[in-house]
Design a protein around this ligand. Structure first.
Ligand SMILES: O=C(O)C1=C[C@@H](OP(=O)(O)O)[C@@H](O)[C@H](O)C1
Ligand SMILES: C=C(OP(=O)(O)O)C(=O)O
Length: 424
């Protein structure tokens, strides 16, 4: 796919709904009594995988143009699927659903695409096994396909070695089926959408520092969920607006939960001109983001901010290559176990464009400001890689092409239309 040049980005854009929140709305709505109405749901392939899994467990989910209706059957209302649950490319679906399946009264199997079959699942198997779950990696390699036989679960306090909202959520969801209060402590706080939304549905989840705890057997009631725009999708337009000469764009209704807003903080540290307008703190916090062309400089991205921008690092690395000076990214070893090894793949792509970048064990070092030229970029079927390099391709000299660029459908099906809607 060849990327077209853009200048003078102008106008407004509403990015699609938040992927993490869309997944959770379908899952928790399925486990609630009564109907959950979801608006601005992300119609990306990952969230459609979540819908398909719950339909296979007997949940009636209606999809129409403006909303999703999930007719939940309560905490114990799922039925045994008659075939393997297909999680597609979605790590979130796999890990969160496993926590739910561990406490059911039936056996189920989960599988997905080649990427999912190489992503680590021991990180959820270990805490689930400690709670008495029966979860098996069918090829014995700690990855999907997984077989989960529901059991009565014991409460636990799990000390997670990784800051991962998927691990935390998996354990909390299993904790709904346990015999006491279940807690998870993580080394650094990860996104807290599960905690916020489960409480909204009627569960009792408390948070103290990096520990979240849940009481068992909550009664969840169907709710209305207005999904905010996904800051991880907005990230491409934040970067495009900052880097493209003559730009001023307004990104409407973007989720700015502090466990997700690290990209904004890094952009500010790089000298970005970003103004928050119409901030709302009702439910998940949101704001409109006004982005103006800025001259950016390097920064250091490390420590507690990392989980708050983990999916934005490919875009931040591309921005750093266009910025003046050095950017150091560390503590981001989790990038190696995403849809691709994002340290290796970002490095490969930026090197092809002429950037000065060195991969490290837990991040990268980018000496920005070198002239960047077009190249053939392999997305390795990773949506975040395709979108980050597409933004680079709108600005660099020469022609940039992306192999398998249509993988953006995982989290942002209308990405290219939106990318070309603002510029000249
Ligand atoms: O909980 C979630 O919705 C997500 C958590 C993150 O993964 P980890 O929990 O593996 O860090 C993130 O990368 C993913 O896109 C979505
Ligand atoms: C890592 C991601 O998603 P998941 O883990 O759900 O596949 C992502 O969207 O960047």
């Amino acid at each position: 796919m060849e990327i077209k040049k853009q200048t003078n980005l102008r106008g407004e854009l509403t990015v699609p709904g938040d992927k993490s929140i869309s997944h959770r709305a379908v899952m928790f709505g399925s486990l609630a009594q009564g109907t959950t109405k979801i608006t601005h749901f992300l119609e990306g392939a990952d969230c459609l995988s979540t819908i398909s899994c719950f339909r296979k467990m007997g949940i009636d989910i209606e999809r129409n143009a403006s909303e999703i209706l999930v007719h939940g059957k309560g905490l114990h209302g799922l039925s045994a699927p008659s075939e393997t649950l297909d999680v597609g490319n979605s790590g979130t679906t796999t890990r969160l659903i496993s926590g739910i399946l561990a406490g059911q009264s039936f056996t189920s199997e989960l599988n997905g695409d080649a990427s999912i079959q190489s992503r680590p699942m021991k990180r959820i198997m270990t805490p689930l096994l400690s709670m008495g779950a029966d979860i098996v990696s069918l090829r014995g390699n700690g990855c999907a396909p997984l077989r989960i036989t529901g059991k009565s679960l014991h409460a636990a306090h799990y000390q997670s070695p990784v800051a991962s909202a998927q691990v935390k959520s998996c354990v909390l969801l299993a904790g709904m089926y346990a015999d006491g209060i279940t807690s998870v402590t993580e080394p650094v706080l990860s996104r807290n959408h599960t905690e916020i939304m489960l409480n909204y549905f009627g569960a009792n989840v408390t948070s103290q520092g990096t520990t979240a705890s849940i009481e068992p057997e909550p009664v969840l009631n169907g709710r209305e969920i207005k999904v905010p725009g996904d800051i991880s999708s907005a990230a491409y337009f934040i970067a495009a607006g900052l880097l493209t000469p003559g730009s001023e764009i307004l990104l409407k209704n973007v989720g700015i939960n502090p466990t997700r807003d690290g990209m904004l903080r890094v952009c500010k540290a790089m000298g970005a001109d970003i103004t928050l307008l119409n901030a709302s703190t009702e439910g998940e916090p949101t704001a409109d983001l006004l982005i103006r062309t800025s001259s950016l400089h390097g920064t250091t991205v490390e420590g507690e901010i990392i989980p708050t921008l983990i999916d934005e690092i490919p875009m931040i690395a591309v921005m750093a290559a266009f910025a003046e000076g050095t950017t150091v990214i560390r503590d981001a070893q989790e990038l190696k176990v995403k849809e691709s090894d994002r340290i290796a793949v970002v490095t490969e792509g930026l090197k092809r464009m002429g950037a000065d970048i060195q991969p490290t064990d837990d991040g990268m070092i980018i000496h920005g400001g070198k002239p960047l030229h077009g190249a053939e970029i392999n997305s390795y079927l990773d949506h975040r890689i395709a979108m980050s390099f597409a933004v680079a391709g709108t600005i660099c000299d020469g022609t940039l092409t992306i192999k398998d660029g249509d993988c953006v459908k995982i989290s942002y099906p209308e990405f290219y239309e939106d990318l070309y809607s603002l510029g000249k």
